[in-house]
Ligand binder design. Structure first.
Ligand code: AMP
Length: 237
């Protein structure tokens, strides 16, 4: 009986993850796979901003120049967008926040938002990918202008600038989250499915409330690849 109610408490725990990675590390791909695996919402600040730009909203018009140059948009532009998306997703089981926070000021702001809304982050996941591999992937992505997946910030100069912005502004967050005991670092140069597995395994160990059976996890991760399946619920639910 006690085991049952403690199991229920574990299943009730919402999954809230942050995803941190340099451009080209596979952040979007892993975010989609993980949100599907955990049955939580994928919130990408880059996607939210690109939508605003496409719709030429007030935010979009302010953000466009920054996006095109590969610079971070001002913190105040991001803040309200994030608060709205996060609190809504949190009411529906949790979220994976992809692309926020992106600098130390945003990290402090994120901590305030979490505190004000009673949110505890389970882990900040960092995808480690070497510089040569990042450039290889990014140049491949932008090589064919106008191709599916090509982005307005994928030309060589902008790519280099986005990597510099990551080094100077976002990289310090790796240390920030490590000091707070929530950092999970995963080798992002492995095959996509292996990266997902490593993250899931480390998140489970980190939470220390669920031991994932290795065979079961492989089956679940394979299921993430099946586009015919509906987004799955949190395993064990
Ligand atoms: P991403 O899709 O995460 O690579 O983001 C694309 C672009 O959106 C970035 O290069 C920035 O211009 C902008 N952006 C996304 N998230 C943030 C953020 N948290 N703070 C500032 N700018 C952001």
């Amino acid at each position: 009986m006690a085991a049952l109610s403690s199991q229920r408490a574990q299943n009730d725990a919402r999954m809230r993850l942050l995803l941190l990675a340099p451009p080209g590390a596979g952040k979007g791909t892993q975010a989609r796979r993980l949100s599907r695996y955990y049955g939580i919402e994928h919130i990408s600040t880059g996607d939210l901003l690109r939508r605003e730009v496409a719709q030429a909203t007030l935010i979009g018009r302010e953000a466009k120049l920054f996006l095109d140059r590969g610079d971070l948009v001002p913190d105040h532009v991001i803040r309200d967008m994030v608060v709205e998306a996060v609190t809504e997703a949190d009411a529906h089981g949790g979220f994976l926040l992809d692309g926020y926070p992106r600098n130390l000021a945003q990290a402090d702001e994120a901590a305030r938002i979490a505190r004000d809304n009673g949110i505890t982050i389970n882990a900040a996941v960092y995808l480690e990918v070497g510089r040569d591999e990042l450039l290889r992937r990014l140049l491949g992505r932008g090589g064919d202008a106008g191709a599916a997946g090509a982005r307005s910030d994928d030309d060589i100069e902008t790519i280099r600038h986005r990597l510099e912005v990551f080094d100077s502004q976002t990289w310090p967050l790796v240390d920030y989250f490590a000091q707070r005991g929530v950092l999970i670092a995963v080798d992002g140069e492995q095959p996509v499915a292996q990266v997902t597995e490593d993250i899931i395994e480390q998140v489970a160990l980190h939470r220390d409330d669920r031991r994932v059976d290795a065979g079961q996890m492989v089956r679940l991760v394979e299921a993430v690849d099946d586009p015919t399946l509906p987004a799955r619920e949190h395993p064990g639910d």
